[in-house]
Design a protein. Structure first.
Length: 229
């Protein structure tokens, strides 16, 4: 038996709005270096940047039937996350499904599989992060689950979690941690900006980060050329 859950909880629109434009690297660091999807999840075109609640979808290898089921569950501002039940890089997704998602106001797709029609997707400006680009077609024979917890590219994702994606990759923020994480994102942004000013003024990271004593403790010794040993 497979299920399609129709009434998932989403974070408030106010908190989702805060993540618009957030950088994946900053969010990942702010929440303790967790939630990052695997390095092979790359955008099919650049620039690309989205943030929104996850609608999750499982698909059988080489079968994109359940993506059609998931489209109906998507709301404006959502991000569709697709996970094959076994590894597969077949072309699960193309421009027709993108047209359907775009008509429903979906911001983009995260898929640990293959996509095709990438030239058209780029022309449409429909953002996709995928594991592969592959023209292999799919069948529609096997059912799977929609809006259940999945592990996509090594990251646990629940329906309604916030997906943040940009040119550096994809990160997930748990729905019930979103406000707390955002506070840390803002703190990190402010901290980085203050350091940027100091770097621009010529200060060294060795001093800004108080590294000198730690380097000495590790055994680093400064010597002039010819005085080694």
């Amino acid at each position: 038996m497979a299920v399609c859950i129709t009434d998932i909880a989403r974070p408030g629109s106010d908190i989702v709005a805060r993540y618009q434009g957030a950088e994946v690297a900053t969010v990942h660091e702010a929440q303790g270096r967790k939630g990052l999807l695997a390095h092979y999840m790359r955008p099919i075109y650049r620039p690309a940047k989205i943030a929104g609640p996850a609608v999750t979808c499982e698909v059988a290898p080489g079968d994109n039937w359940m993506i059609h089921v998931a489209v109906e569950q998507c709301q404006p501002g959502d991000v569709l996350v697709v996970k094959p039940t076994s590894p597969s890089v077949d072309g699960f997704f193309g421009d027709l499904l993108a047209t359907s998602l775009k008509a429903r106001g979906v911001l983009g797709l995260i898929i640990e599989g293959g996509v095709r029609d990438t030239a058209t997707l780029t022309e449409m400006q429909f953002p996709v992060w995928s594991k592969a680009i592959f023209a292999q077609g799919c069948v529609k024979e096997t059912i799977a689950n929609v809006n259940v917890p999945v592990v996509c590219a090594g990251a646990a994702i629940n329906p309604g979690d916030i997906i943040v994606a940009d040119e550096d990759g994809v990160v997930v923020v748990k729905r019930d941690e979103a406000e707390q994480v955002w506070d840390k994102v803002e703190q990190r942004i402010a901290n980085e900006e203050s350091k940027r000013v100091r770097f621009e003024n010529g200060e060294l990271g060795l001093d800004i980060y108080n590294m000198r004593d730690r380097l000495a403790e590790k055994g680093l010794v400064y010597v002039k050329q010819g005085e080694e040993g």
